[in-house]
Write a protein that binds this ligand. Structure first.
Ligand code: ADP
Ligand code: MG
Length: 581
């Protein structure tokens, strides 16, 4: 093809792809414009996950007719004049790209009026092609309506997630903006229903109530930050403010942690890790704290990435910032957590008496007998983790339970320690797969559907695994916004509460499940989260039943995640260890 300079419409469409990824990006840009315009109240309304309509109404400065016309031109901005000003910029926008990008891929309408004008103006733009501006009666401020987003970019439209998922992304953006600006009143209306609202009183605590609800907010405490964070060289010019959840308030994902640097919402794994580490040993592995953290530091100490869609930062004193945050959160938790409930972090090996106490013998009269003098068999090679080869598991006799976690059993050749969780996981996985192959998965229909709220990531997984979930006996339906109704679950899940288990499964799959296919990944995860847990006391009958079921498995020696289900101490090894020969 000969070289040609692209026409404006094509350039705009390409640029739009960079700034506007999904409806939530539109919401973010429009809300930031409202904040830049000094709004005290921002109302976001969305219809059908934002595909049909997104409307953002503010009571900010408004625009004159001349500015309005310019606003949707590319590189038209009122916020930056010279490159040198970039460093000292206090506004969110400066590229003058957002409205132009949105205009290129939607049916856009802006109604705006400066407070001191007698009337306002309305701009209409249709997919970047036709633009009209006319005078209208309007309230002071600006209302931007975006309809039929991406209708002229089918590829991008088809890439969008289901309505509930897009709604959840939008909800997170509005929540973050509201938590960054407690002095601004925010309201989000989803399909005509108010989903969240903050009071604009300036109190972060009130904003927490609006975003998380009173019950969660009541379990959050202000970060007790020292006035100064001394480093080796000099005091770190940093302020840490915000709220963190008590260790009793946890989530199964990281969505409850929000970070702001100089009022900008950012995503930062390292900051997340710093907070998580502060909770180390206070909350269970696999659970995450809730935290809303504001970091304030001089603009020259932080590089807020200027890429419009990435919310990442670089700190000039990175390590110092992380350890300061961690120290502040630790301090807060120590203050609010009764001392005796803070467990020590060191893991000392169990002393023999402790071990004895935890060794629950199934029948005290049946202390393990010396194993009968069987002809010494050659030691079997270390068993591979899975596969048909070691199908035959010897018949085992259950002796007791150790630490509420391991089943102690005796076999023809020595002692077996069986991890009850891993073993049960293996059993359930095979049951599930057999039922699936016979196309008759046992499902348990709930008497009443259970409604749960999902995070964007969980909704995305739900959507991706729709077919597999159905095949394994789940029946989960959209229930408006980011909520879903659970109607049925696989019968193997009967020991667990369906909602928390489903969430745990979705979280695991979001982190990239295990298995050679989606179906297998889902089955493995379902089995894992349905299986009896470590720490659960089992009766002798229950242990026998579990061992019997394990004996029937085709690959009994590893769970679906590849962890071994059992350890074997052969008779020969016992004799060697006790120096019997
Ligand atoms: P940027 O925010 O980077 O300047 P935008 O394309 O988002 O670029 O907006 C272009 C210009 O339109 C802004 O600089 C601002 O002057 C004006 N504008 C946009 N939204 C509003 C609003 N809600 N209220 C007042 N002015 C606005
Ligand atoms: Mg902007």
């Amino acid at each position: 093809m000969p070289i040609q300079v692209l026409d404006e419409a094509t350039i705009a469409k390409i640029a739009a792809g960079e700034v506007i990824e999904r409806p939530a990006s539109v919401v973010k840009e429009l809300v930031e414009n409202a904040l830049d315009a000094g709004a005290r109240s921002v109302v976001v309304e969305i219809v059908a996950g934002g595909r049909e309509c997104i409307r953002v109404r503010d009571d900010g400065t408004g625009m004159s007719a001349a500015d309005l016309r310019l606003a949707i031109e590319r590189h038209a901005t009122s916020k930056l004049r010279r490159f040198e000003d970039l460093a000292s910029l206090r506004t969110f926008g400066f590229r003058g790209e957002a409205l132009a990008s949105i205009a290129a891929v939607s049916d856009l309408e802006i109604v705006t009026r400066p407070a001191d004008a007698t009337h306002g103006h309305r701009l209409r733009s249709t997919f970047g092609r036709r633009t009209t501006v006319e005078p209208v009666a309007a309230a002071p401020g600006t209302v931007v309506s975006v309809r039929d987003l991406f209708a002229n970019v089918p590829a991008r439209r088809s890439f969008l997630r289901q309505e509930g998922t897009e709604t959840a992304y939008i909800q997170r953006v509005v929540s973050a903006c509201a938590l960054a600006h407690p002095e601004v009143r925010f309201e989000l209306v989803v399909d005509g229903r108010t989903a969240l609202v903050t009071d604009g009183s300036g109190s972060l605590e009130n904003a927490l109530v609006g975003i998380f609800g009173a019950e969660v907010a009541a379990q959050m405490v202000p970060i007790a930050s020292p006035d100064e964070f001394p480093t080796q060289a000099e005091p770190l010019p940093l302020q840490v403010r915000g709220y963190v959840g008590l260790p009793t308030l946890t989530r199964s994902n990281r969505q409850g942690m929000l970070f702001f640097v100089n009022r900008r919402w950012i995503e930062s794994r390292p900051l997340g890790v710093a907070v998580e580490q502060a909770y180390h040993s206070l909350i269970m592995v696999g659970r995450y704290p809730v935290a809303v953290v504001h970091l304030e530091l001089p603009p020259d100490r932080v590089d807020v990435n200027v890429h419009p869609t990435k919310r990442e930062v670089r700190f000039s004193d990175e390590r110092a910032v992380f350890s300061a945050l961690q120290a502040a959160v630790r301090r807060t938790l120590a203050r609010y957590t009764p001392a005796q409930s803070v467990p020590s972090i060191s893991f000392s090996p169990l002393s023999p008496p402790a071990l004895q106490r935890r060794l629950v013998l199934a029948d005290p009269s049946r202390v393990p007998r010396p194993v009968k003098e069987a002809a010494a068999r050659p030691e079997p090679r270390e068993a591979p983790l899975s596969g048909e080869s070691e199908r035959a598991l010897p018949v085992l006799r259950v002796l007791g339970q150790l630490h509420g976690t391991y089943i102690i059993a005796e076999g023809p050749d020595g002692l077996y320690l069986i991890d009850q969780h891993a073993a049960h996981e293996r059993v359930l996985l095979e049951q599930l797969m057999v039922q699936y192959e016979r196309a008759s998965v046992d499902a348990q229909v709930l008497l009443e559907p259970l409604v749960v709220e999902l995070t964007p990531a969980q909704l995305a997984v739900l959507e991706d695994y729709q077919e597999e979930l159905r095949q394994l006996g789940f029946q989960v339906e959209p229930f408006g916004g980011s909520a879903v109704a659970i109607r049925a679950v696989p019968a193997v899940m009967h020991r667990r509460s369906p909602n928390t288990t489903l969430l745990a499964i979705l979280d695991e799959l979001a982190g990239g499940g295990r298995g050679t296919s989606r179906l297998e990944a889902l089955a493995i995860s379902t089995a894992c989260h349905s299986a009896i847990r470590a720490g659960q006391e089992l009766t002798l009958a229950e242990m026998r039943e579990l061992v019997r079921q394990l004996e029937e498995c085709t690959a009994p020696r590893a769970c679906g995640h590849g962890r071994p289900t059992m350890l074997h101490l052969s008779q020969q090894e016992l004799e060697r260890q006790f120096a019997r020969r």
